[in-house]
Design a protein around this ligand. Structure first.
Ligand code: CAA
Length: 389
């Protein structure tokens, strides 16, 4: 059965910080952030946005009535969930108006969560061919002010509708995965900020990539030449360059050049948003599909998902004819172009704002929320209240 991505959309908050200005204030050469790390702008989530509201906005941007009637499974990948018990998917289900006989679940394994959702969605559709599944990857990446990870923060969500006979990309059923208990990046329950061993996390990412790629090659007998492009989990865009270099170490020059060209298309949105954890790989795929040249029907794209802690997976898909017709390039460019730049002072205040942890009620200012967007409106008697402006 042909199963894959029928629709894909994304959302990011409407404020950002400029990386060159942040570098200047931190006393760092701006080229370190823009070239060494590869980030131009970093999305920041104000208090009215969390993983739920961002995921709802990503979903609202792509769902029509037919999808809402056919979706019977909502799988929400996140590592910045808002409740230890209730899944973010339940709120998104309500905010988007998906039919009531659906299942809603949250999935966690660092940045790998949405990929787990995709794998589960494929199995579900194989057994229930008329079903559509909504997979969400939504996160706020936060390391804290003046930390090593500060230039690799971000916020945003990706929403994907999977179905049989998809219009954007068919997903191959073969893939290679791997799990290893390591401490490269984690966030204890008591902390709003992630802990990371930066250099080790880079090394772990690359060693997972090499191992799952070799396993994938062995399993499928495919080689680099079978791929038109590769997309990677992008904690920052330079990581994708390191990934291409690692995969093409022994490749001939033209092969390496071909894949490096596609890398430039695949970082377009990520370099303006930053790390969105679970959604980062799919934001990169969206960049490639929307911002790159039209790929020929049947062109194969490799996908590497990495969630610290750690789980990695290499899998692949094939683009459908006329896939560009089913994307929303102008709308996504508008989401990025319509943002307001925060001064460094505003950024520092916004990043450190936190909801009360003592159970007190709070109303959240929605003045800066764009009309039509889902947002966190209040917390009353420990219950989160979302609204659409
Ligand atoms: N001009 C151009 N480039 C410069 C420069 C300048 N003036 N100054 C430095 N650079 C380059 C460096 O040469 C280096 O390049 P390479 O990586 O290619 O060697 C790059 O800029 C970064 O410099 P440093 O290594 O000195 O930077 P750092 O010590 O500040 O750490 C970091 C960078 C490790 C990414 C850190 O920001 C961090 O810990 N980030 C969070 C962790 C992370 O994103 N890890 C990624 C893998 S884990 C994962 O993928 C899961 C996840 O989402 C978290």
């Amino acid at each position: 059965m042909d199963i894959g991505i029928d629709k894909i959309g994304f959302y990011t908050p409407n404020v950002f910080v400029d990386m060159e200005k942040l570098a200047e204030v931190r006393g760092v050469d701006p080229a370190k952030y823009t070239i060494g790390i590869g980030q131009e702008k970093m999305a920041i989530a104000p208090l009215h946005h969390d993983s739920v509201s961002m995921a709802a906005n990503a979903a609202l941007s792509i769902l029509d009535d037919e999808d809402k009637a056919a979706i019977d499974f909502v799988l929400f990948g996140t590592e910045s969930g808002v409740d230890h018990s209730k899944s973010g998917a339940v709120w998104v289900h309500q905010l988007t108006g998906i039919q009531k006989n659906a299942r809603c679940v949250e999935l966690k394994q660092a940045c790998y969560g949405a990929t787990a959702g995709i794998k589960m969605a494929m199995g579900h559709i194989a057994l229930n061919p008329e079903s559509k599944v909504l997979v969400l990857g939504s996160d706020i990446a936060k390391y804290g002010l003046k930390t090593g990870g500060e230039p690799t923060q971000g916020a945003g969500a990706v929403a994907i509708v999977l179905s049989q006979n998809p219009r954007v990309m068919s997903l191959d059923n073969d893939s290679a995965s791997m799990t290893k208990d390591i401490s490269d990046f984690w966030r204890p329950l008591y902390s709003d900020y992630a802990f990371v061993d930066g250099k080790f996390s880079n090394e772990a990412y690359l060693s997972f990539l090499k191992e799952v790629w070799n396993n994938y090659k062995e399993q499928t007998r495919r080689e680099l030449s079978d791929f038109e492009a590769m997309c990677f989990h992008l904690p920052y865009t330079k990581m994708g360059k390191k990934a291409i270099l690692a995969l093409t170490e022994d490749a001939d020059e033209s092969e390496a050049k071909r894949l490096m060209n596609s890398y430039h298309d695949s970082i377009h949105y990520n370099k303006q948003v930053g790390n969105v954890y679970t959604g980062s790989l799919y934001l990169s795929l969206l960049s490639l599909l929307e911002q790159g040249p039209e790929l020929e029907e049947g062109a194969r794209i490799g996908l590497f998902s990495y969630g610290s802690g750690a789980v990695g997976e290499f899998f692949s898909g094939v683009v459908k004819p006329d896939y560009k017709q089913f994307l929303n390039k102008e709308a996504h460019e508008a989401v990025l172009d319509d943002r307001r730049e925060l001064s460094i002072d505003e950024y520092e205040t916004t990043l450190e704002q936190a909801l009360p942890k003592d159970g007190s009620d709070v109303d959240i200012d929605n003045e800066q929320v764009n009309v039509g967007k889902a947002h966190l409106a209040a917390i009353k008697e420990n219950i989160r209240m979302y609204a659409i402006k």
